[in-house]
Design a protein around this ligand. Structure first.
Ligand code: AMP
Length: 378
């Protein structure tokens, strides 16, 4: 029986643990806080990622180490590799942690990207805004997530305000300026690569964000075979270039039928939560199969699925579960404004039935605004 060590103990670790139990896997979790929500399901070590001794002790007790959190310092990932098999590998982690490295790699691999420029000084920002045009977005290169560490520059007059907001971080996490993509929709491809190089991907997912945070995901996204094939080819190239093992997500903008890569997440991803009920093998199970070296499972869909994120506090479970096709995931977290505390997945047999179920759920939970954009495309 293998023991899997997970760095980061949030809901992604929790869902990995739930998926790994039937495979006979054991888990231990490392996090910086004592109330990490996966601590309810597996032994939790509380420590700092900069503490090499704590990491070494953790790694000595596991057969393989993986992550629910990509912002583990590269040094910590390196420390782990001296003690155990680590997947994904530290280079993949390092590339995905840095918006400049990942966009440069996408471009090198022939994956289209929005125009971008590295920014170290206010003068460079001024020049880059003039070159890329407005609107554009100034982002931190590292440690940004869910739309945090971003400033939208609507006109050249916003440059000073953008520098006031983020300039101090130019020397720490670095900055990148990106052209604003007037996309019609946001898509993601969640994919998995095994230790033996086998590659699989789930059908493309369409995502809706509110204030930079995922609100709803629909699978399958309504895309033609050519777009699905293009997304898969991008994901495969990326996985092979990074010698990636495990699940990752590639976030894409669809602008007039062209897919532009926004970012990759080197881990199981919120836009793949629907795979728990909506696919033959969930992203969590396939990630574990990959990292422990088991054959990968089918990524075929089972019906139509929509995932709804619950932020801040959980809606009423009883009202939700009265809706046919509703599956409930309460992460067992304390309520806090904006915090991801749970999600639900509606899984039914047709897109018409999905629209019905979403209407019912929206009404039962007072979440009509959240389900409306999804219903509008069904
Ligand atoms: P990110 O943290 O890069 O995933 O950005 C969060 C959200 O901001 C994305 O899901 C998009 O909705 C939006 N966004 C980020 N970058 C761009 C861009 N270059 N053009 C247009 N919208 C963007």
């Amino acid at each position: 029986m293998s023991t899997v060590g997970i760095l980061g103990g949030g809901q992604l670790a929790r869902m990995l643990i739930l998926a790994g139990a039937p495979l006979g896997l054991r888990f231990v979790v490392f996090d910086t806080v004592a109330d990490a929500c996966s601590g309810a399901l597996a032994p939790l070590t509380v420590g700092h990622y900069a503490d090499d001794d704590a990491l070494a002790a953790f790694a000595d007790g596991v057969d393989v180490a993986t992550f629910d959190f990509e912002n583990v310092p590269a040094q910590a990932a390196q420390t782990l590799t001296a003690h155990t098999f680590v997947a994904p590998n530290p280079r993949a982690l390092a590339v995905a942690q840095d918006r400049l490295s990942e966009k440069s790699l996408f471009r090198e691999l022939g994956i289209p990207v929005p125009p971008f420029a590295a920014i170290d000084t206010q003068a460079q920002l001024q020049a880059a805004v003039a070159e890329l045009g407005t609107p554009c977005i100034l982002k931190t290169r590292r440690l940004g997530y869910d739309g945090k560490g971003q400033f939208r520059i609507k006109t050249p007059a916003d440059v000073d305000a953008a520098w006031v907001a983020l300039g101090a971080q130019a020397d720490t996490v670095g900055l990148i300026l990106e052209g604003f993509v007037a996309f019609q929709r946001e898509l993601s491809v969640v994919a998995v690569r095994g230790r033996d190089g086998e590659f699989r991907a789930w059908p493309l997912t369409r995502n809706w964000h509110v204030d930079g945070v995922l609100s709803a995901s629909l699978a399958p996204a309504q895309v033609d075979a050519a777009m699905q094939a293009t997304a898969l080819s991008h994901a495969r190239k990326l996985a092979e270039a990074l010698d990636y093992v495990g699940v990752f997500a590639l976030e894409l903008f669809d602008r007039d039928g062209v897919l532009l890569a926004n970012e990759m997440a080197p881990r199981v991803h919120n836009s793949g939560h629907w795979t728990i009920e909506g696919s033959e093998t969930s992203q969590f199970e396939n990630h574990l199969r990959a990292v422990v070296g088991l054959p990968l499972g089918s990524t075929a869909m089972r019906g139509h699925a929509c995932m709804l994120n619950w932020l801040g506090d959980m809606p009423d479970a009883a009202a939700a579960l009265a809706v046919e096709g509703m599956h409930w995931h309460d992460y067992g977290k304390q309520s806090r404004a904006g915090r991801k505390v749970g999600h639900a997945t509606l899984r039914v047999d047709s897109s018409a039935a999905l629209a019905d179920a979403l209407r019912q759920a929206g009404e039962a939970l007072g979440r009509q605004a959240q389900v409306a954009p999804v219903i509008a495309v069904l």
